[in-house]
Ligand binder design. Structure first.
Ligand code: ATP
Ligand code: MG
Length: 187
């Protein structure tokens, strides 16, 4: 069964670095929003566009999983409900969700973020220590059950589908129309 790997960790923890190694070792496809936001918009999150882009990457992940290949979502995924909703989504298409937590202490994080800004400013954005400290409080650290693949999938009142579509607009939206006569070559 293909896996949906969920990279979790603070800014600069090393998620993309680890995800890149995992992709090379396993053949999974890595989807990293930062690699799209920079070239497209020159910013990390203008006008909520990041949520839309991540939504389309979730949709792309479903397509790839349905083709039988594992996917690594390199989003950050600080919220436990974000991971629960994606674990639910994976289950609906027969894929196995797996949370990968990349931990980093505050001092190491500061060194890595500063070093990355010095060495590869085209791949990142500048962050202040105050921002990093505030954002550290936003992460729901995965517990032992989640890390063992035991997700609490009890749906919120509105249901996972509605929750997920609100969090990531376009995640569940229509894909290409593959009905006969609707392929680009036939039009
Ligand atoms: N295990 C490691 N040891 C030393 N340096 C590392 C390690 N992992 C990553 N780094 C370095 O730390 C910096 C941040 O790594 P990376 O970009 O992978 O973090 P990230 O979690 O993807 O960050 P972001 O949240 O901004 O996407 C990079 O300069 C990277 O080379
Ligand atoms: Mg990254």
């Amino acid at each position: 069964m293909p896996e949906l790997l969920l990279m979790v960790g603070h800014v600069g923890a090393g998620k993309t670095t680890h995800a890149t190694s995992l992709a090379a070792a396993t053949g999974a496809v890595r989807l990293s929003p930062d690699e799209w936001m920079g070239p497209l918009f020159g910013a990390s999150d203008p006008d909520g566009k990041r949520d839309v882009l991540e939504g389309r990457l979730v949709w792309t992940a479903v397509e790839i999983l349905q083709a039988g290949t594992s996917v690594i979502l390199d989003f950050g995924l600080w919220g436990r409900d974000e991971r629960r909703s994606l674990a639910w989504l994976a289950g609906t298409i027969g894929a196995t969700p797996r949370t990968i937590y990349v931990d980093v202490d505050r001092d190491t994080q500061a060194v890595r973020v500063a070093q990355r800004w010095r060495e590869t400013p085209d791949r990142t954005w500048p962050f202040t220590q105050a921002e990093l400290d505030e954002w550290r409080t936003f992460l729901d650290v995965p517990d032992a059950d989640e890390l063992a693949g035991r997700y609490d999938l009890l749906a919120p009142d509105e249901g996972w589908e509605t929750w997920l579509a609100r969090r990531w607009p376009t995640a569940l939206g229509p894909g290409p129309d593959r009905r006969p006569g609707h392929s680009p070559s036939a039009s």
